[in-house]
Ligand binder design. Structure first.
Ligand code: PLP
Ligand code: ZN
Length: 406
């Protein structure tokens, strides 16, 4: 049973029944799923015997019939208290939400699991997406499990390890010469021509819902307390907006209350349109035409939810900051070495930004800080290996060993 009441335009407030629709027909604004909160009765003990997946929060997810769920065991990833990393950065309560251990090794399993389940509910005969790599893997894996054909549009420049992963799930990859935005435009045209459900375009309101389970889990894993700061990688901005919505919904259903949670968005300097707008105090996000960063997963030059990221971050008194590729690599190594967590560049931007916010005094020593580590380091070996180790073979002798140890 679903508690979805309607879809509501974030701009003009027009409401729609929960059908397959991409945007508001009147103003092209994004649509948010509205739940009937009066009918939702959940308390902290409701969760005692529920699955340790995103579906433990099914009252706040937009699927009507359980039998349509394509369940790869997504979610309920560890929230790890990082004592060593915290010490090295100078704070006492640092946590990593380790979403790199989801079924396809990124947080994108959350929106993909909801979107593919919803596609089944809509009776779609195929699914598709446009992606910098991680969403493509997540949608492809779920489509495989659901036995649906899957088409993915990606920039042709994404990491070869991601291409191999996506192809293994059986998806048809369409590698587009150009940027994510070029691939996005082609995907949009294809959705019109072929009638495909491009999950992050055609059924975007539902797709966006999956990611807010990160916020639910963070609070539940903190014993239903709210963190002071959450640091989130930002590409299109959908994840940050979903996490913000998730925290608000927990208050609405009475599971949490308390202090303001500061949301911080982390981008890479080589593609930081939202950070730039934030820094100069602008209300417009000017696209970056040629993104250039090793954090390819978050290289989206024209972010669809850019304005809403600015709004949510300003409302929560957070920041949007950009970090350099060098800071990204240093943070990958620091997180791996201190906590044994190996992330891709898009995940380490949060550690790099945390470091800066601590140095600037915006994060204080006793604040509860959560960095969302959203993708696995094994997905981007090519991108980081040249920075992380020098490899030199030795003879199988003790002499050679001793001289190599110096
Ligand atoms: C690993 C990783 N983290 C964060 C993001 C940012 O997601 P969004 O586009 O929702 O801002 C992405 C997007 O692809 C990603 O792959
Ligand atoms: Zn509208």
């Amino acid at each position: 049973m679903s508690f979805v009441k309607s879809l509501k335009c974030r701009e003009c407030g027009t409401e729609y029944p929960p059908i397959k629709i991409a945007l508001c027909k009147k103003c092209f604004g994004p649509l948010d799923v509205v739940y009937d909160y009066d009918k939702i009765h959940i308390s902290k003990t409701s969760f005692d015997n529920r699955p340790r997946t995103i579906w433990r929060y099914s009252e706040l997810l937009p699927i009507s019939d359980k039998k349509n769920i394509v369940d790869l065991n997504t979610g309920f990833t560890p929230l790890i208290k990082c004592v060593n990393l915290g010490k090295s950065l100078g704070i006492r309560n640092l946590y990593v939400k380790n979403d790199s251990v989801n079924p396809t090794f990124s947080f994108k399993d959350r929106p993909a699991e909801v979107a593919v389940s919803k596609a089944i509910e809509f009776g779609d005969s195929a699914v598709a997406c446009v992606s910098t790599g991680n969403l493509a893997a997540a949608v492809a894996a779920h489509a495989g499990k659901a036995n649906l054909p899957c088409y993915v549009f990606t920039p042709s420049s994404i990491e070869s390890s991601k291409i191999a992963q996506i192809a293994s799930y059986g998806a048809k990859i369409i590698p587009v010469r150009g940027t994510y935005d070029d691939a996005n435009r082609l995907a949009y045209l294809a959705s019109e021509l072929y009638g495909w459900n491009i999950v992050n375009i055609t059924s975007r309101p539902y797709y966006c819902e999956g990611s807010k389970t990160l916020a639910f889990e963070i609070c539940e894993q903190l014993d239903w307390n709210r963190p002071d700061h959450v640091i989130i990688p930002v590409a299109s901005g959908a994840l940050l907006c979903a996490i913000s919505r998730g925290f608000q919904q927990l208050e609405k259903v009475g599971l949490t209350k308390g202090e303001k949670i500061r949301l911080h968005g982390a981008q890479a300097e080589g593609c930081a349109p939202i950070a730039k707008a934030f820094t100069i105090g602008a209300d417009k996000v000017l696209p970056v035409e040629h993104p250039k960063t090793i954090a390819k997963s978050i290289a989206i030059g024209d972010p669809g939810d850019g304005l809403y990221v600015l709004r949510e971050v300003r409302r929560s008194e957070g920041v949007v900051g950009a970090v350099s590729d060098l800071e990204i690599v240093e943070s990958i190594k620091l997180l791996a070495k201190t906590e044994g967590i190996f992330t891709e560049p898009a995940g380490s931007v949060t550690i790099a930004l945390a470091k800066r916010l601590i140095e600037e005094g915006r994060i204080r020593r006793d604040d509860i800080v959560v960095c969302c580590v959203t993708g696995n380091g094994l997905k981007t070996i090519d991108a980081v290996s040249e920075y992380t180790f020098a490899f030199s073979e030795i003879e199988p002798t003790l002499e050679a060993l001793s001289s190599s140890l110096g």
